[in-house]
Design a protein around this ligand. Structure first.
Ligand SMILES: [Zn+2]
Length: 370
């Protein structure tokens, strides 16, 4: 490199021409040329000046975002030790951060605690040793968060009933976790649902999950014979013969009722991860206090025809089949499902999509949109 053309000399000459000759376009142009030459030698100060000139729109960038280009250059200059670039970046980033903070604060100011359809603030604080699923609704930093915590206990009645317990358990827990997510409820209010699972060894306060292996089938068969009530007996018989999974929540679902999920396998083995994940997702919906959304005439349910509730219609696959978790276990958890979970824990009452033999109150979440 020729001594006269060292980056220091190019840069200092460039600065002199550019900054000291406001009214001489030709000299200013010559100054820029010299600065760019120094910049091509990776001179940190020239990089800083070029970045500033880009930010001030004196220099134009051929492709891409000028601001990104200039900031990258600033970073390069600061890394090379140029103090002005570092100072600039500090103030720039702080300014940027302040703007974001301001926006976050604004959003937080606009957000309000979750309210129901009547505009009343919803309070949920269900926890304790008698509630297998704890539900707490909190308003934190402008966000409504419903935390559902449960201690899952797997019970096996026979040693070799399952070929791969770990895989089965992972599928079930995964299915339960599918209820986590971001939802919009009660007129479009944002609600974050966080499902938290523990697996501590406890006597009470568990969500019990049992895979129905052959020994259970025998037990069910004898239990059936002892049930006097015909409809209950037929129900159990139907579950056993068709190997349908099911959840029980005591005599009647409540926050404190004991909660069991029985998982059956049509093939007899429990290896199908995808399938058991979806099954657990559906059955956990029952544990959360939701009824089934079946097509007509199943288990004496009336059926919910397309066109009955606008929340469900978008999910209708046919006249009487919905792509929703409480209808088909492969279906997704919807905003409306979460609205029903909120109401179940708020009111301490099961939320139904339909009546069973003309009995039961239909969830007030239905028919009002989300
Ligand atoms: Zn069900």
């Amino acid at each position: 490199m020729d001594e006269r053309r060292s980056p220091d000399i190019l840069r200092e000459l460039g600065k002199k021409y550019f900054f000291n000759h406001y009214d001489d376009e030709e000299l200013r142009g010559r100054g820029i040329e010299l600065l760019l030459e120094a910049f091509r030698y990776n001179d940190p100060e020239a990089m800083f000046i070029v970045a500033k000139l880009v930010l001030d729109s004196v220099l134009l960038v051929r492709n891409g975002d000028p601001e990104d280009y200039a900031l990258n250059l600033m970073v390069k200059s600061a890394r090379a030790g140029h103090l002005q670039a570092r100072a600039y970046l500090n103030s720039y980033c702080q300014g940027r951060y302040e703007k974001e903070i301001e926006e976050i604060n604004k959003l937080a100011d606009e957000a309000t605690p979750l309210t129901d359809f009547d505009g009343k603030t919803i309070k949920i604080d269900r926890k304790g040793v008698f509630s297998p699923i704890d539900a707490v609704l909190e308003f934190k930093d402008g966000r409504n968060i419903l935390t559902l915590s449960t201690n899952v206990a797997f019970i096996y009645l026979e040693e070799g009933g399952l070929s791969d317990r770990e895989r089965f358990e992972a599928a079930v827990l995964d299915g339960i976790l599918q209820w986590s997510g971001e939802y919009e409820v009660f007129g479009g209010q944002k609600l974050t649902v966080e499902v938290k699972i523990t697996q501590d060894s406890r006597i009470f306060d568990n969500l019990v999950v049992m895979p129905v292996t052959s020994i259970w089938h025998e037990a069910f068969e004898s239990a059936e014979k002892m049930i006097i009530q015909k409809s209950k007996r037929e129900q159990l018989n139907d579950l056993r013969v068709h190997k349908r999974s099911f959840a029980t929540n005591g005599i009647k679902w409540s926050v404190n009722s004991r909660k069991f999920i029985f998982i059956q396998s049509k093939s007899g083995n429990f290896d199908d991860y995808e399938e058991f994940m979806h099954v657990a997702k559906h059955e956990f919906g029952h544990s959360l206090g939701l009824g089934d959304l079946y097509q007509s005439n199943v288990d004496s349910l009336n059926g919910v025809k397309k066109g009955t509730y606008r929340e469900l219609d978008g999910y209708a696959l046919s006249e009487d089949n919905y792509n929703l978790v409480m209808c088909d276990h492969h279906g997704p958890v919807s905003n409306n499902d979460i609205e029903m979970v909120v109401l179940a824990f708020k009111e301490n009452r099961e939320q139904l999509f339909q009546q069973r033999k003309s009995k039961g109150k239909i969830s007030s979440a239905l028919g009002k949109g989300n």
